[in-house]
Design a protein around this ligand. Sequence first.
Ligand code: GLN
Length: 486
Amino acid sequence: MFEQSIATLAQQLRDKEISSVELTRLFLDRIQALDPQLNSFITISDELALQQAKAADTAIANGSSSSLTGIPIAHKDLFCTQGVLTTCGSKMLNNFIPPYESTVTGRIQQAGAVMLGKTNMDEFAMGSSNENSFYGAVKNPWNLNKVPGGSSGGSAAAVAAGLAVAATGTDTGGSIRQPASFCGITGLKPTYGRVSRFGMIAYASSLDQGGPMAKSAEDCAHLMQAMAGFDDKDSTSSETPKEDYLANLNAPLAGLKIGLPKEYFGDGLDTKVADTIMAAVKEFEKLGATVKEVSLPNLQLSIPSYYVIAPSEASSNLSRFDGVRFGHRCDDPKDLLDMYTRSRAEGFGTEVQKRIMVGTYALSEGYYDAYYLKAQKIRRLIKEDFVNALNEVDVIMGPVAPTTAFDLGSKTNDPVAMYLEDIYTLSVNLAGIPAMSVPAGFVDNMPVGLQIMGNYFAEAKLLNIAHQYQQNTDWHLQTPTMAKGA
Ligand code: GLN
């Protein structure tokens, strides 16, 4: 039951083998049983879930259902959900009940899905290990001593352990792909502008993008059918018509041209991870693809440019959390300034404070040209690298991260080591292209994700490629021991 695909569950619901209320109860019970070990949920919205499930059963009985109707899923706690606590992993928002619904969650709800709850995450999506959450670290279901990745670590752990059929995540510099890789699930970061950011609490607005996290590419396609598309509430939303993400999943891959960027296979990449990725590439050759080397020469510059641009945008976005308009307010302020400073000092964790300071510095007069403007120029070069490479090949493949999931606590005091984890994911956001993480094997019993990067608005193609791989491999069907038989 907890390992079934969306299509299978939707069929069972239509055939009345199970009702959505029964299915939802099973998942809620499982969350109660297993989540104390994982801490993947911040809020469990059980009453609302059962109401939605009841409504879904009625819709199915009336024949007005979609493939998501009655399917229990979870949302990253960064999407505003009307009437349901939305914390963004922060103490700052531990009393925030949004009066409105984000476009992503609203569309998924309209498609009839049931929301089980809101998943844990690094505070304001800043992090690569989910250890920066005010609500405590999330554990990796494959090994409870390891991190699930971040910042969408709660969504990844919940899906991997079968606590939700699928989940939403957001990716500013890797936060869908890296936790998907670490937890052995499938994740898609769409093209910037493909999925509406309305009601997504902003981290770095020019990089943030929501997307699906699920067991398979096919399940991600079902979520994309509902999530993607133009939204007039988001000024950066693209008017490019959305594709049918399910229609071409079965297209053959013969003739597909794959590029392997040499910079993705250099120093710093764990050799066993490299071997796993190359084995996956071989599988694509068997399916008729050809492989050639490409170059993304400015890869090394993605970390310094991202870690200027993202904190700069964050310092501006997070200024709204001042204890007046939103968020935590300190007790007994002496005066207005004391209220602002103490509310922010109490409400934000250390990583968030550090980034606000870095960003404010980079944007200040006299430094703007040296840091922010320079970083934007590098961003253009990185984008051109991808455009050039994607003129030669259809897709680019490589690792998602240099290692598998690392031990909890092992990088918390070493920000450079933590930021290096993002080396293969950040440049995709800087360029704005879509990319996926697809389970491709294991190293020392921990999952490894293959990254597939494509051209602007090539989401359907990426899903097709990943689906074909998953039709020929079973890495995505593996289940962590803690989730078996429970
Ligand atoms: N790890 C990166 C950061 O800390 C990316 C996070 C994300 O994609 N939200 O900023």
